[in-house]
Design a protein around this ligand. Structure first.
Ligand code: ADP
Ligand code: MP5
Length: 536
């Protein structure tokens, strides 16, 4: 692959110095005639406007553009040019939006929102192309990506030959990039079918001569090709962009997704060739992830842009809502104790669950990452089969990699607000707190529960300050979150902890009392009995 030249970078309008992203400071005042007040430093996010058709099956068109931009972390506004009735079988109907109303949508967005990149998809009539051209003359944007949608993957016509001359003569000369597939390239050129890489190169050059800055001929339909090869031409050099061809029929919307992902990367400030490479890799990854998902009865399914759908179905027994009562008997593992008693972490967890543990935390401070992940996966299987949540101590990466139910962090670990941003809204977050202030902060940062301790002196944590029953009570009374008590708790004192009688104290977390014993199951059973009795 050739290195991107400085000349190439400057030829891309997005690389001009005027396109450096700057946080904007907005000043507002709510009082008339008073000077503006600084309310917040607000950051403008990259913005793509897609001008395209709606696809009722949500695989292509506007819906694909929205999903792709969201997945690429870019804001996407939408101007709808047509409403189509389509599914995985084909296109059953097309209803073009009147051109005046397309113009009205364009004006609404562009007169108000600063758009970085305009991406076009289905433009069903010559009149709509004209309206778009007028608007592009009036409003400045940094780049225009034209996906010249004419025929759907199913072979149905989405825009007829009437649009061809204004595409060739007016729209393409304004485009920074045009992305025809093989059929669209031959329609633009009025030439017979394109069937080889050599044909694609010739087509790219001829289309480049119509005026766009760059051309990408997409080779999804290239016959007898074991790879998915696209040809990129910048007026000087041809680039063969190659990815593995994913064996799937879920390719509905690949063209729209590729073009809007390129637009998204351009909007972030990437130069053209890197933007295309990143977008192509994204399409390949999404196709691979979605290759075995069934969406409909037809031959052309959509794919999963956010690369997430399968996670949810693969874990049907996962609890979506945190239940504070699960904190009753909270078992926290310790690799040293498991070694001492010569048991695997999975056996330890199995004993705890069978004895009545209501939530499990894996706290592995000296285990290799690969081994930890493997153990976490086996423990998760075990926990899921018993409906018991699994929490990972500190290691957000391991929690995400095995799709555990949550994470527990301490005051010197990653801040809860950052953890929440990383793990998303559904995972449980617990945080260790010793003071009412820390408990308040945990709540503000959207933790789900707090662990308060050490209640009694303990050997499992070095230099741990003991808060005692008084400290525990004070934290509970000031905490809006449910609390689990931790530190030196076992059969002999669990009752006294629960007896402090504060409603949000939901249970006790134990390490040694369960795992530094000969039979985890027996100890768990005894503790569960004590706690259930105390909680009555
Ligand atoms: N089965 C596949 N595996 C990997 N990439 C593919 C596959 N099919 C299409 N692509 C890629 O998806 C992008 C869109 O191409 P294409 O399907 O030809 O566009 P369109 O949807 O407009 O017909 C291209 O980068 C192409 O190489
Ligand atoms: C509304 C609309 N726009 C575009 C396409 C092209 O889809 P593909 O990307 O699979 O060629 C489509 N089928 N429907």
């Amino acid at each position: 692959m050739s290195v991107v030249s400085a000349e190439f970078l400057s030829s891309c309008s997005l690389f001009s110095p005027s396109f450096q992203k700057q946080p904007r400071v907005f000043r507002r005042s709510n009082r008339r005639n008073s000077p503006p007040v600084l309310v917040a430093e607000m950051v403008r996010v990259p913005h793509v406007l897609t001008v395209a058709g709606s696809d009722s099956s949500a695989g292509a068109g506007i819906q694909a553009d929205l999903k792709a931009c969201a997945a690429r972390g870019v804001y996407c506004s939408t101007v709808i040019t047509a409403v189509t009735a389509q599914n995985t079988v084909g296109v059953q109907g097309v209803h073009a939006v009147p051109e005046d109303f397309v113009g009205e949508q364009l004006k609404s967005v562009l007169s108000d929102m600063p758009v970085d990149v305009v991406k076009t998809g289905m433009l069903p009539s010559e009149a709509i192309v004209q309206v778009l051209l007028q608007t592009l003359d009036e409003f400045h944007c940094q780049a225009l990506v034209v996906d010249p949608v004419m025929v759907s993957t199913s072979g149905d016509v989405l825009a007829g030959p009437s649009i061809l001359s204004s595409f060739r003569e007016k729209l393409l000369p304004k485009a920074d990039l045009v992305t025809p597939n093989l059929k669209e390239a031959s329609a633009l050129l009025g030439c017979p079918q394109i069937q080889t890489l050599a044909d694609m190169r010739s087509a790219a050059k001829l289309i480049y001569n119509m005026g766009p800055q760059h051309v990408l001929i997409k080779g999804g339909d290239l016959p007898a090709s074991s790879d998915a090869v696209d040809i990129f031409y910048d007026g000087e050099t041809f680039y063969e962009l190659c990815s593995s061809r994913i064996k799937t029929s879920n390719t509905h919307g690949t063209g729209c997704t590729l073009a809007s992902s390129i637009a998204a990367e351009l909007a972030k400030g990437f130069p053209m060739l890197p933007a295309i490479k990143v977008a192509k890799r994204y399409v390949e990854t999404a196709l691979d992830y979605s290759k075995d998902i069934v969406f409909g009865n037809g031959p052309q399914g959509p794919f999963d842009h956010v690369i997430k759908l399968k996670n949810n179905i693969s874990s049907p027994s996962r609890k979506l809502v945190f239940n504070p009562d699960d904190l009753l008997l909270y078992a926290v593992t310790d690799s040293g104790m498991n070694r001492k008693w010569n048991r695997s972490i999975t056996d330890a967890v199995k004993g705890a669950i069978e004895g009545g543990a209501t939530i499990i935390q894996l706290r592995e401070k000296d285990t290799d990452t690969r081994d930890f992940l493997q153990s976490a996966k086996s423990c998760l299987e075990l926990c899921r089969s018993h409906g018991v949540p699994l929490i990972i101590n500190d290691r957000i990466d391991v929690a995400l990699a095995c799709d555990a139910d949550g994470v527990h962090v301490g005051q010197s670990d990653m801040p809860v607000s950052v953890v929440r941003a990383l793990v998303g809204t559904e995972k449980i977050i617990g945080v260790s707190c010793k003071t009412p202030e820390q408990a308040e902060k945990a709540w503000m940062d959207s933790a789900d529960y707090i662990g308060c301790g050490g209640v009694y002196p303990t050997n499992t944590k070095a230099n741990n300050i003991t808060v005692g029953l008084d400290g525990l009570k004070k934290v509970c009374l000031n905490s809006k979150l449910p609390v689990v008590a931790i530190g030196g708790i076992g059969i002999s004192n669990a009752h006294s902890v629960i007896e402090i009688g504060v409603p949000n104290l939901k249970g006790v977390a134990v390490v040694s009392a369960l795992f530094d014993t000969e039979c985890v199951l027996t100890e768990a059973r005894k503790l569960h009995a004590v706690l259930s009795d105390a909680a009555k």
